[in-house]
Design a protein around this ligand. Structure first.
Ligand code: ADP
Length: 860
């Protein structure tokens, strides 16, 4: 039995690994996505806070600076105007980035007094463009800071202005402080501070060119907010850095300067990505670590379970002594230990069960052995007296009996035969059931065997007016190797049933097949079909027909008798030959059993010659009312290269013969059936003989056994030869050859094949033969003695093996045959035969033929 392929299973370690990858991988994946936005957000918040703080710090520094420069200007400018020495304040002025302080005439712009912190002198008179600008900016009584503008020396400069009566106090302030302050704020790669004046022009900026050009960036949104005096955080696009920026911004109250501390957003994103990378890395490392640990654990648990798997595998191969044992070490977990203990417990129970099963099997085998021994002995014990009863009854029939006595004896014989066949069936079946069926392959002629079976059944078939027909596929090898006895038994059983269950029509034994393989491996795939035109079997019964004691129904059982074992035995026999037995049937129409077996071709002897040259091309007419008979004869004759025509009746036959004679192509042989409706074979034969055109046509008549005594009649009507049905192919061939030979010599005498009329030796008074008969059973002794009384045999009876041996030794040369019973006291048949064979060898005598007789069911 083929076991279904188990589905693919995932090993525990692989499953765990997958589970950990999922469990650990999902968070890693989530962290991969999540922290980026979170970190970015977080970083932005921090930047906002930090940068705002920085901007505020810068703002207050600028505020202080503004206060300082305004105070210094307010204090020193009047001193200069008064013509006082102000060198003491030089250090302070330089620190505050004063370039010079000038006192100009507010009407003409002429410089009245001045003080330079650097050698560059204050101009003699204000240039028109400065003078008009200053005048527009000045607010009486207040110090005003101008927007940044190029100083007289070209550098970015702020001017402090104050109107004082008819004087204009002017201080030029370089923007170094702003740049220094801006440069102090440096973070990230491009982090910087930017300072603008009240008009949005650059005072300090990381791009020096922009500083020098005092670039107007008042359009930038952050600058706008500063100019509006706001404090806060702004994100905006920086044209200078060509990217989005975030900035903390504030403005310095008073001068209206703006301070902002921006940072490119890209840097924030880079920081967020860095944080994300490290988080994922840490998580990944954690995952690898935990997977390693988990796998180590899983490996330990799997290892502790492995002994269970190994033990189970051993048990599966039949070793029930396999045990898992108890786990040790770190992974000796409670559940594992429990499982292993329970497994061992189960294994112990299986071992016990197996042991008792073996004991039971041995007992059963012994019982079976005892049964078959018993059956063998019973067979002997039953068959021996049965043999006596039957034999004696048959002998009784040969004596003078009145009518009543004859019918009684006939009853005894038929009942005895029925009982014997029943016993044979029961014993045969028991033997098969006990597994004692052994095939005995020998070389045999299948065709002869089949024809023998048909001959045997011809008489019961004839009694029921049934045609018994055999067909052997032309060209199929006849000599095969197989258990001829068993094949014969199967065919006998099937054909016997067919005859038994048919009341009209015919029974056909059809042997078909094909040669397979070549040379030494040449075999015949054989199909033997036994079909009949009998009562048929109902569908519901057909299913179980091969079961023992199964019969089509009880009423048929009563009507037809039988044990219901024949088909069961046949099927087992066919199965033993690796074949198949099948059935098809239709109630009221007939049944067809067929079995197929493969048998090797016997190559030790040539296959019988099938095509005699002399017959080739012979023009023959077959007349038979039965279609199947015509078909089989046609096929057979064709295979011998005869030119065959078949017709279904006498009238058609006469017509065909006349037609052929008219065109001078007459038929050379007519094979005709005896029993035909309308015109019988006899009538047809007479008509042919009386027709001057046809009277020389040789004829072979096919008749049934009951008509065989009409030889004289047949001769009279000019039948060349007659054959009793079922016709054997060899006989038909012989008959055709014989008729042809006679035809050649124009002899018209009746000739019948020799095989049909064996001449008994006893009748001719030939020399007698000495037969040694070893048999312990007196009834059998008597029986055989009487059965052979009429034969030319002298029977010397020995009562056991010992006597038989001695008897043989005393006159070894004089015996022509030994009949040896197998079961005898003292020496049995085997031992006696051995003793005879060694005696022959010792004395160089010829080997006398020994025939064993046995009623034992166990022997063959
Ligand atoms: P039995 O000894 O009763 O004939 P078999 O095993 O040979 O036992 O056959 C079993 C039954 O099968 C028969 O009793 C009969 O009912 C049925 N059977 C067998 N062969 C035929 C057949 N050729 N036609 C009809 N019935 C058949």
């Amino acid at each position: 039995m083929s076991t279904p392929k188990p589905p693919m299973r995932i090993p525990v370690l692989a499953a765990l690994l997958a589970a950990f990858l999922i469990v650990g991988g999902v968070p890693v994946l989530m962290f991969w996505i999540w922290p980026h936005s979170a970190t970015l957000k977080n970083e932005t918040e921090q930047v906002k806070e930090r940068h705002l703080l920085l901007a505020l710090n810068l703002g207050s520094a600028l505020s202080r600076y503004y206060v300082d420069v305004v105070s210094a200007f307010k204090f020193i400018a009047p001193e200069i105007a008064a013509g006082h020495e102000v060198n003491f304040a030089r250090g302070l002025l330089v620190n505050l980035n004063f370039r010079h302080i000038c006192i100009a005439d507010s009407t003409t712009g002429r410089i009245l007094k001045s003080y330079d912190t650097t050698p560059a002198l204050c101009p003699v008179s204000l240039l028109e463009k400065y003078f008009s600008t200053f005048k527009s900016l000045v607010v009486p009584g207040k110090v005003v800071v101008s927007p940044v503008m190029p100083g007289p020396h070209g550098k970015p400069t702020l001017f402090l202005l104050k109107a004082n009566a008819d004087q204009l106090h002017i201080a030029a302030l370089e923007t170094d402080y702003f740049r220094k302050l801006g440069k102090q704020i440096k973070f990230g790669r491009r982090g910087h501070a930017a300072i603008v004046d009240q008009t949005g022009r650059v005072l300090a900026h990381p791009l020096e060119s922009w500083e020098m050009a005092m670039r107007d960036i008042s359009k930038v949104s952050a600058v706008k907010r500063m100019m509006a005096g706001e404090t806060g955080v702004e994100t905006f696009y920086s044209p200078a850095l060509k990217g989005d920026m975030i900035a903390g911004l504030t403005s310095v109250s008073g001068p209206g300067w703006g301070v902002m501390v921006p940072q490119p957003m890209v840097e924030l994103e880079e920081t967020a990505a860095g944080i994300q990378r490290s988080t994922v890395l840490v998580l990944f490392a954690g995952m690898v670590f935990s997977i390693t640990i988990a796998l180590a654990f899983a490996f330990g648990i799997v290892k502790s379970l492995r002994p269970v798997t190994v033990a189970a595998a051993r048990m599966a191969t039949g070793d029930s002594s396999a045990r898992a044992g108890q786990p040790t070490g770190l992974f000796a977990l409670r559940e594992t230990a429990d499982l292993r203990q329970r497994f061992d417990h189960m294994a112990a129970r299986v071992e016990d069960a197996q042991r008792s099963q073996t004991e039971l099997r041995l007992q059963a085998e012994q019982a079976s052995l005892a049964k078959s021994d018993f059956l063998a002995n019973m067979s002997h014990e039953i068959r021996t007296p049965m043999n006596g009863v039957l034999g004696m009854s048959e002998l009784l029939m040969t004596t003078t009996l009145d009518k009543r006595q004859t019918s009684f004896v006939e009853m005894i014989v038929s009942s005895g035969n029925a009982l014997l066949s029943l016993i044979n069936d029961v014993l045969d079946f028991s033997k098969i059931e006990a597994g004692k069926l052994e095939l005995d392959p020998v070389a045999f002629d299948l065709r002869t065997e089949i024809e023998d079976v048909a001959s045997l059944l011809s008489s019961p078939a004839e009694q029921k007016n049934l045609e018994l027909i055999t067909r052997f596929k032309p060209g199929l090898p006849q000599r095969l190797i197989g258990d001829a006895g068993r094949i014969r038994q199967i065919v006998t059983n099937l054909a016997g049933n067919a005859v038994k269950f048919s009341h009209e029509g015919y029974v056909l034994i059809d042997v078909d097949g094909a040669v397979i393989g070549e040379h030494e491996d040449m075999r015949v795939a054989l199909t033997v079909t036994v079909s009949d035109t009998g009562i048929g079997i109902a569908d519901e019964k057909l299913r179980n027909i091969f079961e023992k004691f199964e019969q089509a129904d009880n009423s048929t059982t009563r009507r037809y008798g039988g044990s219901g074992l024949g088909l069961a035995i046949s099927r087992r026999l066919v199965q033993a030959m690796d074949g198949k037995l099948g059935v098809r049937s239709k109630i009221g129409e007939g049944t067809s059993f067929d079995f197929t077996v493969e048998l090797p071709v016997d190559q030790s002897e040539p296959q019988p010659l099938v095509k005699p040259e002399e017959m080739s091309g012979l023009k023959v007419l077959v007349v038979d009312d039965l279609e199947v008979n015509r078909r089989i004869l046609d096929e057979q004759l064709h295979s011998w290269s005869l030119a065959v025509t078949t017709v279904p009746g006498g009238r058609e036959a006469l017509q065909t013969l006349c037609d052929a004679a008219t065109i001078e192509l007459p038929y050379e042989l007519v094979i005709l059936d005896y029993q035909m409706p309308e015109m019988s074979g006899e009538e047809l034969a007479r008509t042919i003989r009386n027709d001057p055109d046809l009277c020389h046509t040789p004829m072979i008549l096919l008749t049934s056994a009951g008509d065989s005594g009409d030889g004289k009649l047949f001769r009279e009507i000019g039948i060349g030869s007659y054959l009793i049905k079922p016709v054997r192919a060899s006989e038909l061939k012989e008959a055709i050859l014989c008729v042809l030979a006679k035809e050649r010599t124009r002899g018209a005498a009746l000739d019948v094949p020799k095989a049909q009329f064996p001449v008994r030796d006893g009748a001719t008074g030939e020399s007698r033969h000495r037969v040694l008969f070893a048999e312990d059973n007196q009834v059998n002794q008597l029986l055989i003695a009487h059965q052979l009384a009429a034969e030319p045999y002298d029977l010397i009876v020995a009562a056991d093996g010992q006597q038989a041996m001695q008897c043989y030794k005393s006159a070894a040369e004089s015996f022509d045959l030994v009949l040896m019973d197998v079961t005898m006291p003292e020496l049995d048949g085997y031992q006696a035969t051995q003793a005879i064979r060694s005696h022959e060898q010792e004395h160089g005598l010829r080997r006398v033929p020994i025939i064993g007789l046995s009623a034992h069911a166990g022997e063959r």
